[in-house]
Design a protein around this ligand. Structure first.
Ligand code: SAH
Ligand code: SF4
Ligand code: F3S
Length: 479
C-alpha cells in the first residue's frame, strides 16, 4: 500500500500559542455526494477511549457517517469502516489501543476495501504515530483531533486511491460548527463550549493533542442547548478541558459565568459542567451556581496534589491554601455542595512528606468522589524529562493509602444519605442486576433501585436505604 502523508504531528508546533484569531467555520465535505453513491448500505463501527471530549467527537463522527449513508453495526467482523478513537493521557490508555488494533488487523485480509482508521490523541504524538504506522501496516487511515471535520473526504480519498493516508496537522485549531447532530443518549447531552487547553501542566499531554483554548460563539452554544431542551433533554453538561476559561479568547464580553447563567435560564432541568480549573474559578461563577436550582450542586475540581512544591512543579498555578480557600467559599455560598477531584500520586521525586500533604488535604476537603492516578510520564512534556527517585512500589503503596483517605470521606457522605430522598435521573437497567434501574442524584451519586424500564430518561424520587460507598441502594417513593 502506498502512503500519502498530508501532514504529520510536530510537538513544537502543537505547543506554540501564537496570537492569532480563531478561525470559525462550518463542516462542508467536498466529496459528500461522491461518497454517498459509493457507500450505500455500508456499515461502520467506532470505538472511543478517553475523556468526554473524545465521546463528543465520536458523536460528531457518527453524525457525518450516518448522514452520508453508513449505518452503525456492533458486528465488527462485517463492517466497512472501523474507527478507533484513542486517548494518550496515561500509558495504560495507550496500551489498550495497541491490544485492540492487534486484534483487528486480521480483518484486513478478509476485506481489502476495509477503512481501518486510528484517530484521537495518540496519533498527535510523533513517536507514537510512527510506532502505530510501523506495527500496523493494516491500518490505512490516520487522522488527528483537528481533522474530524474532514473525515468523509479522507474516507473518500482512501477508498478511491487505495492509498494509506496520514493527515495530522499540529495547529492551534479552529472552531468548526457541524450542521447535523447525533447523540448517543436521548436525555443527557454534552455540549462543547471551549476546545483545547493553554495551561500546560508539566505532566500533561492534552495541550499538545488538542491545541489552544478556543471558545465557541455564545449564540452557537445557546442555540444548541435550546434545541436539546426542545427535544426533551433532561440534562446538559457543558464541556471543555477548562470550561471556566470560556470567553477569554473571544472579544464578545462574555465569560463562563455569563454563559452558565444564560443556559440555566433556558430551563434545562439539570445543568452540569466539566472540567473547571481552580485557577479560573471566579466568585462570580460561585454566585451563579448558588443562584440557579437547575445548576447541579456538584463540582469536579481537580487538585492533583496537596503540596505547594509539587503543585508548583506541576504548573498548576495555585497553592494548597488558595485551593482550600476556594473550597471554603464554595461550601459557604452553595449549601449541599458535592465536590470531586483528580489526584496524581508519584509525581517525580515526590517525598513522603509531600504525599502526606495530599492525604491531609483529602481529609480536610472530604470529597464525595475522586479519580486517582499514578503519574505516567508523557514524552514531550517537561515532567517526562525530570529524573525520578520514587520507586514503582512506593507509588503503588501511596496510591492505595490515598484511596483509603478518600474512601473515608466518600463513605461518610454516602452514609449521611441513608433515609433521605433524592431526585434521580434514571439512566437505564443496572449493569449488575436486570431487575434494577440505575441513575444519578443531583450530586452525581450512583443509585440502584427497582422500577419499570419506562422510567428511563425521567427524574424520579428515590429514598436511600443502603450504602455501598460508591453506589447506593434505594426505592422509588411517590411524589
Ligand atoms: N482538563 C482536565 C482533565 C485533564 S486529563 C483538568 O485539567 O482537570 C484528566 C486527569 O488525568 C487530570 O486531571 C490528571 O489528574 C490526570 N493526568 C493527566 N496527565 C497525567 C499523567 N501524565 N499521569 C497521570 N495522570 C495524569
Ligand atoms: Fe492537562 Fe492541566 Fe490542561 Fe487539565 S489544565 S488538560 S491537566 S494541561
Ligand atoms: Fe485522553 Fe485526549 Fe481526552 S489524551 S483524556 S482523549 S483530551
Amino acid at each position: 500500500m502506498k502512503t500519502k502523508i498530508v501532514n504529520t504531528p510536530d510537538l513544537l508546533k502543537a505547543a506554540s500559542r501564537k496570537k492569532e484569531t480563531t478561525r470559525f467555520c462550518t463542516a462542508n465535505p467536498t466529496h459528500f455526494e461522491d461518497l454517498k453513491s459509493l457507500v450505500k448500505g455500508q456499515k461502520y463501527y467506532i470505538r472511543t477511549y478517553g475523556c468526554q471530549a473524545n465521546v463528543r467527537d465520536e458523536e460528531t463522527m457518527r453524525a457525518m457517517l450516518e448522514d452520508v449513508g453508513y449505518s452503525f453495526s456492533e458486528d465488527i467482523e462485517n463492517v466497512d469502516v472501523i474507527i478507533i478513537n484513542t486517548c494518550a493521557v496515561r500509558e495504560n490508555a495507550e496500551d489498550k489501543v495497541y491490544g485492540e488494533i492487534g486484534n483487528l488487523k486480521r480483518l484486513r485480509k478478509r476485506n481489502k476495501k476495509l477503512v481501518l482508521a486510528i484517530c484521537g490523541c495518540m496519533v498527535e504524538q510523533p513517536e507514537i504515530l510512527k510506532r502505530l504506522m510501523d506495527t500496523f501496516p493494516e491500518v490505512n487511515l490516520f487522522f488527528g483531533t483537528h481533522e474530524i471535520a474532514q473525515l468523509l473526504d479522507l474516507i473518500y480519498e482512501s477508498l478511491t486511491t487505495g492509498e494509506r493516508i496520514v493527515s495530522i496537522e499540529s495547529k492551534q485549531g479552529e472552531v468548526v460548527e457541524f450542521v447535523n447532530d447525533c447523540r448517543n443518549n436521548h436525555y443527557k447531552a454534552f455540549v462543547n463550549i471551549i476546545y483545547g487547553c493553554n495551561k500546560f501542566c508539566s505532566y500533561c499531554i492534552v495541550p499538545y493533542t488538542r491545541g489552544k483554548e478556543r471558545s465557541r460563539h455564545f449564540e452557537d452554544v445557546i442555540n444548541e442547548c435550546q434545541k436539546l431542551i426542545d427535544a426533551g433533554y433532561q440534562e446538559i453538561t457543558l464541556l471543555g478541558q477548562n470550561v471556566n476559561a470560556y470567553g477569554k479568547d473571544l472579544d464578545e464580553g462574555y465569560d463562563f459565568a455569563d454563559l452558565l447563567e444564560a443556559v440555566a435560564k433556558l430551563g434545562i432541568p439539570r445543568l452540569r459542567f466539566t472540567t473547571s480549573h481552580p485557577w479560573d474559578f471566579s466568585s462570580k461563577m460561585i454566585d451563579v451556581i448558588a443562584k440557579y436550582p437547575n445548576i447541579m450542586k456538584f463540582i469536579h475540581l481537580p487538585v492533583q496534589s496537596g503540596n505547594d512544591e509539587i503543585l508548583r512543579k506541576m504548573g498548576r498555578r495555585y497553592t494548597r491554601e488558595q485551593y482550600l480557600n476556594l473550597v471554603k467559599e464554595m461550601r459557604e455560598k452553595i449549601p449541599g455542595l458535592s465536590l470531586s477531584t483528580d489526584i496524581i500520586v508519584g509525581f517525580p521525586n515526590e517525598t513522603e512528606e509531600q504525599f502526606q500533604d495530599t492525604c491531609s488535604l483529602v481529609d480536610i476537603v472530604k470529597y464525595e468522589a475522586a479519580f486517582t492516578f499514578i503519574y505516567s510520564p508523557r514524552r514531550g512534556t517537561p515532567a517526562a524529562k525530570m529524573k525520578d527517585n520514587v520507586s514503582k512500589e512506593t507509588k503503588v503503596r501511596r496510591f492505595q493509602e490515598l484511596v483509603k483517605h478518600l474512601e473515608k470521606g466518600i463513605e461518610e457522605h454516602s452514609n449521611s444519605m441513608i433515609g433521605k430522598t433524592y431526585d434521580v435521573l434514571v439512566d437505564g437497567v443496572s449493569k449488575t442486576d436486570d431487575n434494577m434501574l440505575s441513575g444519578y442524584t443531583e450530586e452525581n451519586k450512583l443509585v440502584h433501585f427497582k422500577g419499570d424500564v419506562s422510567l428511563v430518561g425521567t427524574i424520579v424520587k428515590v429514598k436511600i436505604n443502603e450504602s455501598h460507598t460508591y453506589s447506593m441502594i434505594g426505592e422509588i417513593v411517590n411524589g
